[in-house]
Structures are given as C-alpha cells and as structure tokens.
Design a binder for this molecule. Structure first.
Ligand code: SF4
Length: 316
C-alpha cells in the first residue's frame, strides 16, 4: 500500500492534488481507508431518507440534466404544490421507516402563498425536526418563517464545481447557490448539499466540489449519479462505470471526513448488484423509495440490505 494511503488511515487530511491522485489507486486500498473513516465517525449506523416531489415540472431554469426544466422536452408530470395535508400524511408515514424526509419543489423559488401554506403545516407536524426542505432560492424573510415553523434542515445542491457549472446551467449562477447555502448556515440551518456526477465534469471538478462543500460546512452530502433522461440536453451522455462511482464516493469520504454521505439518484441504475458496496466505499446513508422524476427501490429491500451487512438503520 502506498505511503499516502497509510497516512490517510492514520488521520492525514489530503490536499486537492493528493485527492486527485487517489483516483489512480487500487480500489481495495481506497476503500480500506474510506471505510475506516466512515466507521470512525459513523460507527455501524446507516441513515436513510426519502423525499416527495411536492411541485413538479415547468421550471424556468435551464439545468441541462433536469427533466423538470421547460428548456428540456420531457414527459415529466407537471403539477402545482401538492395539498399540504397530503404532504404531512406522506411524510409522517415515511418517517416511521426513515430518519429524514425532504420536501422538494421545482422552480427557481416558491411564492409567498406556497411558503405560508407549507409553514402552517410544519407548525402542526409532530416530526417537523425530521423534515428538510429543498425549495430553490430563499429570501431572508422565508428563512425566518421556516425557522419559526420548526424546520432545521435546508437542502440545496451545488451540483458540480464552480468551473464546470456554466456547462450545465446559465439561468442562475453558482455564486447564487453558494450564497443561499451561506445564508442558510447563518440562520442556523443544517446544510444538506451535494452534487450530480457524470455530466462530463473532470475528476478535478469533483475534487473542487468536495472542497467547496467542506468549506461551506455541509452537514450532509447527497451524491447523485447522472441518469440520462429522454428529452434533456444531456440525454446523449454515457453513464458512469460502477467502479468510478464507488471511487468517487471514497474520495469524497476521504476529503470530507465527518459529514453524512448519502447516495441518492442513480444508485439502483448504475450499481445494480453491487449497491451494498457504497458503505465499503465510505457512504453512511442513502435515499430510498424513488427520486424526483425516476423510480428507486422500496424501503423494505434497502432495510434488508443494511441488516444483511450487519449494519444498523439509524432513525434519529
Ligand atoms: S434542477 Fe431545479 S432549478 Fe434546475 S431545472 Fe430542475 S427543478 Fe429547475
């Protein structure tokens, strides 16, 4: 085993240059280090979350990977904000089996009426502290309303590096996304921010994203792996190889150290029979039950996988 790997196992923090070097290492060595770091911070506990697509389609933004953008011609379902009592019912049921539930809406932001409806519901939700919201751009006033309503976690992905971002979206800037996260942190929210991999970005872009998330203090890092969706501008791209996905997870664990690393979109499609390797690679969590516009796996199968590995489902 190379010296750098032995140093990482002994607690060394890597530089960007060293992190890039890790992609060339044998996966066995890489996973030995990344799984040790996972165990150091997370023990045997595995977190599982699920989401509702609370408002779908007709988004004014031009994210090239997204089925919900009006710039992409897809057959995604289009509907306004789901009745908040329905959201409450679905989330309450889901939280019997998962530790965190995300309410995700399409579009650049929600309007005042939509925010008020959600906040009224949050105030009566018995498990509000287990809810997270992903509602795009947020004003200071809305941050305050959400806080008062009991929301603790804010989800807002950076998607990729600042350098690569103009290749996937031009209707809003990377800096706007960073600012939203910084303001969320200032208001005392836990941050849930990660990315989507396999959109043509370089390995260096992935490393840059990991370091940016580390600097911003993201508490939870969702990792999604690009799934080509018919009608989107990136539909022609090839999918990632499973080993590349696992190595990317391992490098993120080695860079980030303590934050939760949650494996989300693309897990079932790309990893197939080796989905359980995500924990060996360093992840300590996953999303279950489907994604925004694509299907996933049911919670019972995922719970069985965790049990079979001798790991423990954490429901906070
Ligand atoms: S990723 Fe979000 S902001 Fe971008 S097009 Fe899709 S719904 Fe809109």
């Amino acid at each position: 085993m190379k010296n750098l790997m032995l140093e990482i196992i002994s607690g060394k923090r890597v530089t960007k240059e060293e992190a890039l070097e890790l992609f060339g290492y044998e996966s066995e060595d890489l996973f030995l280090a990344s799984s040790k770091i996972r165990k150091k911070y997370k023990g045997n506990k595995i977190k599982v979350c699920s989401i509702i697509n609370a408002k779908s389609g007709e988004c004014s933004e031009n994210c090239k990977f997204c089925a919900q953008s009006t710039f992409n011609k897809t057959d995604v379902k289009v509907y306004p904000l789901v009745d908040t009592e329905k959201i409450k019912e679905v989330s309450t049921r889901a939280l019997e089996n998962v530790g965190c539930f995300g309410i995700v809406s399409s579009g650049n932001s929600l309007n005042d009426e939509e925010i008020s409806k959600l906040c009224e519901m949050f105030k009566t939700h018995k498990k509000v502290s287990h809810l997270g919201v992903s509602i795009g751009k947020i004003s200071d006033e809305t941050f305050l309303k959400l806080k008062e309503a009991g929301i603790k976690k804010m989800h807002h992905n950076l998607e990729t590096s600042e350098n690569f971002y103009p290749n996937i979206c031009s209707t809003h800037s990377y800096q706007e996304r960073v600012d939203t996260l910084k303001r969320a942190k200032k208001f005392g929210f836990e941050l849930c921010s990660g990315g989507l991999f396999g959109m043509g970005e370089s390995l260096k872009d992935r490393i840059d994203l990991a370091f940016t998330l580390k600097e911003l203090g993201s508490d939870s890092v969702p990792m999604n792996f690009f799934m080509p969706i018919k009608g989107t501008a990136l539909a022609h791209l090839p999918t990632m190889m499973p080993i590349e996905i696992l190595k990317t997870i391992a490098v993120f664990r080695i860079i980030l150290q303590n934050p939760d690393i949650m494996i989300c979109g693309g897990r079932e499609l790309h990893l197939r029979d080796i989905q359980s390797w995500i924990f060996q690679a360093g992840a300590n969590g996953m999303m279950t039950g489907g994604y925004l516009t694509t299907n996933g796996r049911d919670i019972a199968t995922d719970k069985q996988m965790i049990k079979d590995l001798g790991l423990e489902l954490e429901i906070e």
